[in-house]
Write a protein that binds this ligand. Structure first.
Ligand code: ADP
Length: 398
């Protein structure tokens, strides 16, 4: 069976067509600027030179999905002969709240529950729902499955997920830590044990998903016991454009002194902070290039980023009760070997050591020395495959 995996953003839509016989990606693409002048479409069929690229205004996600299906079945540059080859669609959905502890078939009832969670992540949740509805309208006979960014973290105990605010806000409004990047953390939690010769249900991991958005998770025997993102993805590490942890009183102080309202404030904390706020760009490569030229603020931004990852690793080593492995993944974790070496450099006192000969880009697996007290791994994440796997498992039961 082939599964179409959809990741719908507010003005974008990424897709992959995955053949579940061998879990290979047949085609993938990206629609950008949906609902904005100059919608851009790009599609390619993997392992071939088949490509489709054009700019044509698309008003909404339904038009975008229609364009995706046209491209997938295009006689010359498509990947499949007809839509009959697509068995189901799997959708990345931001928030499952406490309702969804695992992936779910989209039904009238579950869609209502997904809609009820809009207040917890308005922009993304609405976009994800638009993606689901677009598939329903363009392919009414195909089943849709929702795979939640938060679901894998639902195993956290109360001591990790409750905030120290009056309990009524949890009871009435479900204010708590949820965590995100769940499909990535779950994929890595499944892969890492294979590299360290342990069973997944007997393994303590600290997973560092370090990309533009970044989060750490503490995983014991395949279950999350803590994670760094919170009610929203704003909490935790310093990120490309998010501040991560800060004293909430900072908000009132800045607002009182600038006249900003709460929406402007949160926009600033989500979109203009982190690397983007401290330095030249939200991209680690640009920040490092500036640091290399002697830009002191860029150097400080990299130091802040590194220090915060180190602090979380220290905390999560406690959370898991002594880790078997620290795993680096996502854009920075997979590519920036120096960033990983710098983070681990701060753990030398614990006997954790990187082997420079193994710490090479593209080298997946163990990158620590044989005598390191905790193994260090670099693994490529895959956020689409878990969506396709869950979709297949759920539709196979229908
Ligand atoms: P997103 O959260 O958007 O999925 P990614 O996982 O793609 O983000 O990660 C983007 C980050 O990875 C950027 O900060 C980028 O600088 C960094 N990155 C990607 N490639 C490299 C590289 N070769 N060296 C250093 N950093 C890299």
């Amino acid at each position: 069976m082939k599964i179409l995996v959809i990741n719908a953003g507010s003005s974008s839509l990424k897709y992959q067509l995955i053949d579940m016989d061998d879990e290979s990606v047949k085609a993938k693409g990206l629609v950008e600027r949906i609902g904005i002048e100059g919608t851009h479409f790009k599609h390619n069929v993997l392992g071939t030179d088949k490509e489709i690229e054009f700019t044509r205004n698309m008003a909404d996600h339904t038009e975008a999905i229609a364009a995706v299906l046209e491209a997938l079945t295009d006689k010359e540059n498509g990947a499949i002969a007809s839509l009959d080859e697509i068995g189901a669609c799997g959708h990345r959905v931001l928030h499952g709240g406490e309702t969804f502890k695992e992936s779910a078939l989209v039904t009238e009832e579950s869609l209502k529950e997904i809609e009820a969670l809009i207040p917890l992540g308005p922009l993304h949740q609405r976009a994800n729902i638009a993606g689901i509805k677009a598939c329903q309208s363009v392919m009414p006979t195909k089943p849709n499955v929702a795979v939640f960014d938060t679901a894998f973290h639902q195993t956290m105990p109360k001591k990790a997920f409750l905030y120290g605010v009056p309990y009524k806000y949890y009871k009435d409004l479900k204010v708590r830590r949820y965590g995100f990047h769940g499909t990535s953390h779950r994929f890595i939690a499944g892969e890492a044990p294979k590299y360290i010769g342990k069973a997944a249900d007997d393994c303590k991991l600290i997973i560092c998903h370090l990309g533009n958005g970044s989060s750490l998770s503490a995983v014991v025997n395949g279950k999350v016991v803590d994670t760094s993102m919170g009610l929203t993805p704003l909490e935790g590490l310093l990120m490309g454009s998010r501040s991560g942890d800060l004293d909430p009183a900072v908000l009132e102080y800045i607002m009182d002194n600038t006249g900003m309202d709460i929406h402007q404030m949160l926009n600033m904390l989500n979109k203009q902070s982190g690397f983007a706020g401290l330095s030249v760009s939200s991209d680690m490569r640009d920040v490092k290039a500036a640091a290399a030229k002697g830009d002191e603020l860029a150097k400080a931004a990299v130091d802040i980023w590194t220090y915060r990852v180190q602090k979380y690793i220290g905390a999560y080593n406690v959370a898991v009760g002594g880790a078997d492995a620290i795993v680096f993944t996502a854009g920075i974790g997979e590519n920036d070997t120096q960033a990983c070496a710098d983070v681990i450099g701060g753990l030398a006192f614990m006997g954790v050591k990187i082997d420079p000969a193994k710490n090479v880009r593209g080298n997946a697996g163990v990158i620590s020395t044989d005598d390191s007290t905790i193994k260090v791994l670099r693994l490529s994440t895959n956020e689409e495959l878990p969506i396709a796997r869950d979709t297949l498992a759920i539709v196979s039961r229908l």
